[in-house]
Design a protein around this ligand. Structure first.
Ligand SMILES: [Zn+2]
Length: 535
């Protein structure tokens, strides 16, 4: 069955706490949603704020191939005639083919919020829908608070949507505006409305009872063919129904057609693109599109999933453009190690070396390392296990001096042609160490100058040990092609930072050396390295 999708990320989604899209962001998101294959994109409420006004004014910059852009508004105020109502006129000026307007279906709101009679409310609904239809618009009528209204006074709630339908509304959308209706109730009310009203019925749910997606699917099971929601479930309070999950469930579990399975493979990248513009990192455990949605950690799960992914994956991650991941931890088994080695293309470790590596991972996890985060540190361990005699430099040491707001770092290494040292000044000890370290190594390995420190996080572990507490520093570095994360743990922030930086740069050097096969650069392992991931 064909189910129509209506995205309201740019209207209802922006009512979520912490979400603020610029007009440029909105144009980019609308374009991405169109490419994903969504049927309707609600762009905003043109009568309510200048940014939404600007969005519709610039909508001709969009090259929509499939979606219809929708402007949002309300039924006219009783004190204005429909043609004089500022909000309705702003809707007209948005010049979209389709408009969505909300009206009241709960008698409580009619009496208390609008302070008009029930008959007047039916009249403003009919007049507004009729006016917009007379001007050639596709009208999507949102019956606000329909489920609460139906519970309080079913006869009146039904008359409101009949008024919209009789005036020509193309879609009647039943809204669970407060988000508190339970799934069984949503299903039975939708079935009852389906009996009374012909044509396209829609559903718009909020997640206050953590049921928005389930409620939407229950509505579809009961005859609703138009579904509304926001990417990643953004929206006021606990959010709107997550359209990414709705689309996937409809496509993969309910035999419905929405955007089509081919475009479904773009879902993860679109969801993450919207999250980036929202400046809200996508939750790792967000179903289907989150980083952890197909991540396996326990050794027994990994060994089963490697034999047959269906053992612990309800759908194949590739169908939604996500990917399977295997995490390394003290819960890991040999399967996790094997998987990571394959992933790194470094699977030529023999069985004994693999077991030693697994023991080392467990030992370091026990000390506080988290390899599911510090995958770069793990890769370094593997590379060192593969070439135990390879040391790019030896005896690294550092010295820091601080004066008012500047810190000077001096670092030294023994390399092929003798001892090298460098001194650099930075705004902080971390900055100075990073500069001096890269400066020193780049005298021998110029490629290292391209590496940048892109993220830095500190966490105290062993709180209970007071002065003996240790500090875990996790850093991310990147060059032009890739980024990687390493970790250092010790009794001080500086030492932990130093260890993490050393690992990060040593890993990059080993990769570059491998890639260029210039093994002649390596010095022999005659001395000891102070990096704690040394052999
Ligand atoms: Zn809403």
């Amino acid at each position: 069955m064909r189910i129509f999708t209506f995205d309201t990320t740019l209207r209802d989604g922006t009512q979520g706490e912490g979400i603020c899209f610029s007009a440029d962001d909105k144009l980019l998101i609308a374009q991405a949603l169109d490419e994903l294959g969504v049927d309707y994109i609600e762009g905003g409420w043109p009568g309510s704020n200048p940014k939404d006004h600007e969005f519709f004014a610039r909508a001709n910059e969009l090259r929509l191939k499939h979606a219809r852009l929708v402007a949002f508004g309300a039924t006219h105020l009783a004190r204005f005639s429909v043609k004089d109502d500022p909000s309705v006129q702003a809707l007209m000026r948005a010049e979209t083919q389709a408009v969505a307007i909300f009206g009241k279906s709960w008698d409580l709101h009619v009496h208390r919020a609008l302070e008009i009679s029930e008959e007047q409310n039916l009249k403003v609904i009919a007049e507004t829908v009729g006016y917009l239809k007379a001007h050639g618009k596709e009208v999507i009528y949102d019956a606000e608070h329909f489920f609460d209204g139906y519970a309080a006074n079913p006869g009146f709630a039904l008359r409101t949507i009949e008024a919209a339908k009789d005036a020509g509304a193309d879609v009647i959308v039943l809204c669970d505006t407060n988000g508190g209706t339970l799934t069984g109730r949503v299903g039975s009310v939708c079935a009852a409305v389906r009996q009374r009203i012909d044509g396209v019925l829609g559903i718009h749910t909020h997640n206050d009872a953590d049921l928005a997606v389930a409620n939407t699917l229950a509505a579809v099971e009961n005859g609703i063919t138009h579904v509304q929601g926001c990417m990643n479930g953004y929206g006021e309070r606990c959010g709107n129904a997550n359209l990414a999950s709705i689309i996937t469930n409809l496509e993969l579990k309910m035999g419905c057609t929405t955007i089509g399975q081919e475009k479904l493979a773009n879902l993860t990248s679109v969801a993450r693109f919207v999250a980036n513009l929202a400046d809200l990192p996508i939750r790792g455990d967000q179903p289907y599109v989150g980083k952890s949605a197909f991540a396996h950690k326990a050794g027994v799960h990994v060994s089963a999933v490697l034999k047959d992914p269906r053992t612990y994956e309800h759908v194949s991650p590739g169908l939604v453009g996500n990917r399977q991941r295997v995490l390394l931890s003290e819960l890991s088994g040999r399967g996790n190690i094997l998987y990571k080695l394959n992933e790194l293309g470094l699977d030529h470790l023999d069985n004994l070396a693999r077991q030693k590596l697994l023991d080392r991972v467990k030992d370091l996890e026990n000390q506080g390392y988290q390899f599911e985060v510090a995958e770069g540190t793990f890769e370094l361990l593997v590379r060192q296990a593969l070439t135990p005699a390879a040391h790019l430099f030896e005896a690294p040491s550092y010295h820091l001096t601080s004066q008012s707001c500047a810190t000077t770092a001096t670092v030294a290494f023994k390399m092929m042609d003798g001892v090298h040292s460098s001194t650099a000044e930075g705004d902080s000890p971390v900055h100075a160490l990073d500069l001096a370290l890269r400066q020193c190594l780049s005298t021998q390995y110029p490629e290292i100058a391209d590496v940048r420190l892109t993220d830095y996080a500190v966490r105290v572990i062993d709180f209970s040990k007071a002065n003996a507490a240790r500090v875990r520093v996790s850093i991310e570095c990147s060059d032009h092609r890739r980024s990687w994360r390493t970790m250092g743990i010790s009794g001080s922030v500086i030492e932990s930072t130093w260890l993490a930086l050393l690992d990060a740069l040593q890993l990059e050097l080993m990769r570059l050396t491998d890639e260029s096969s210039s093994s002649g650069r390596l010095v022999s392992a005659s001395g000891q390295t102070t990096s704690r991931v040394g052999n």
